[in-house]
Design a protein around this ligand. Structure first.
Ligand SMILES: [Zn+2]
Length: 422
């Protein structure tokens, strides 16, 4: 039996249950619409989202299908996996997300005509992009089911883009469904008004055993490697897969975990800060370099760069503007990739000090990093629980500072000094 579309949602039984029931309710709405030939209205899942909708016969009001959803959870918990699985279930010809029918297949492959996926590449999603999206989402679904719009990183909407989206969510076309993904429903991530129109599906950090299980089953990774990677990735499924498969990702992690024993003085602390920043820059550069080159070549070809004929000078002036626009987009993507790489390193480092803390407290929990457990144990003896906690807090404060736009180098230097001084 082929696993259904929810099989990749690791350790999220409650959320999967909610989504299965909603998909069944959505299918009932379509059946009711087909039976009485009136436009189907969606049964509201929450009182505040009900608006003026009336319930079509056959839909289960308690099962809750609604126009707008927010998937929340920590990084790696599978927000976008959940949103895409639900999109597939909505397009599934059986209304279940069977994983086998054309609706499921095309949605998962990203080729379904009625599913639009917004993946912001830079630091924010702009208003122009959002307006165009909302406009297209209002059209009648060509496959006769739903128009689904998935917005990954809805926390990166600009305020204007958020307002454009809000208008669409406030007066949704009858067959349009918005699926937003965000770390939380905190007002910093999603505006209160958007939140009030959406049903929330909270995802939790999946347990390491569940992550290891999916690495073995889906990716064919050896069980012992899968278990190590799942623990080291701290519940981040994609990160666990990278650690299990990519030797460079393992090397970078090892370099980060070498930081605590290198902090022998002020100079060493500054050196460690530089090394961490430069490693994040190098990793980010590697991750975007290929896309940058391909995009630039494609644009230059499209613009006919190097033309010498009449009118070429004028065309080149227009081309310069477009190249500038591309460079701006690429720079924004590079900045985001750098922040993501640095944040991953900080999460690894936090795991180390967490291990030292739990050991100092003799808490009966498995270490995050089994391979540096001895070193963490030595730290626990030297620093005690309080010293380990102060260091853990210094790492977390650095993450918060960078999130709040403190220059990464300054935040990391302050952190390294705090880690050294304790
Ligand atoms: Zn299906």
């Amino acid at each position: 039996m082929t696993p259904d579309v929810f099989a990749d949602l690791v350790g999220q039984d409650e959320a999967v249950d909610t989504l299965r029931r909603a998909a069944a309710a959505a299918a009932a709405v379509l059946r009711a619409g087909a039976a009485d030939r009136t436009p189907a209205l969606i049964a509201a899942g929450t009182a505040e989202a009900s608006g003026g909708d009336s319930m079509p016969p056959g839909a289960d009001p308690g099962a809750g299908m609604t126009h707008a959803w927010i998937f929340t959870g920590p990084p790696g918990s599978g927000r976008s996996v959940a949103a895409r699985a639900f999109a597939a279930a909505l397009q599934c010809v059986h209304g279940t997300g069977c994983g086998e029918c054309p609706g499921c297949h095309t949605t998962r492959a990203g080729t379904h005509a009625d599913v639009r996926l917004v993946v912001p590449e830079g630091l924010s999603i702009g208003v122009g992009e959002m307006r165009a999206l909302v406009l297209r989402a209002a059209s009648t679904p060509s496959g006769g089911r739903w128009q689904v719009v998935v917005i990954e990183d809805a926390d990166r909407l600009t305020e204007a883009a958020g307002n454009a989206l809000l208008k669409a969510i406030e007066e949704p076309p009858p067959r349009t469904v918005f699926l937003l993904c965000a770390p939380s429903t905190h007002p910093d991530d999603v505006s209160v008004t958007i939140r009030s129109r959406c049903r929330v599906v909270p995802l939790r950090q999946p347990p390491a055993a569940a992550v290891a299980e999916v690495l073995v089953r889906r990716d064919g990774i050896a069980p012992d490697v899968a278990q190590w990677a799942a623990a080291a990735a701290q519940g981040h499924v994609g990160r666990a897969r990278r650690l299990a498969r990519d030797p460079e990702a393992r090397n970078r992690r090892e370099a980060v975990l070498a930081v605590p024993r290198r902090l022998s003085g002020v100079g060493a602390a500054f050196d460690a800060a530089s090394a961490l920043i430069e490693a994040a820059e190098a990793e980010a550069e590697a991750s975007v370099a290929e896309a940058d080159t391909t995009e630039r070549a494609a644009l230059e070809t499209a613009l006919g760069a190097g033309g010498t004929g009449r009118g070429a000078a004028g065309a080149m002036r227009g081309a310069a503007g477009q190249l500038k626009e591309l460079e701006k987009r690429q720079k924004s993507r590079a900045t985001r990739a750098q922040r993501d790489a640095l944040d991953r390193a900080l999460v690894d480092l936090a795991g180390f000090y967490r291990d030292a803390l739990t050991m100092a407290l003799r808490a009966p929990v498995a270490p995050v990093h089994t391979d540096t457990a001895a070193l963490a144990g030595a730290g626990a003896q030297k620093w005690d629980a309080e010293g380990a906690l102060r260091r853990l807090e210094a790492v977390l404060a650095c993450r918060v500072a960078i999130e709040a736009n403190v220059k990464p180098r300054i935040a990391v230097e302050a952190m390294m000094l705090a880690l050294w001084k304790g």
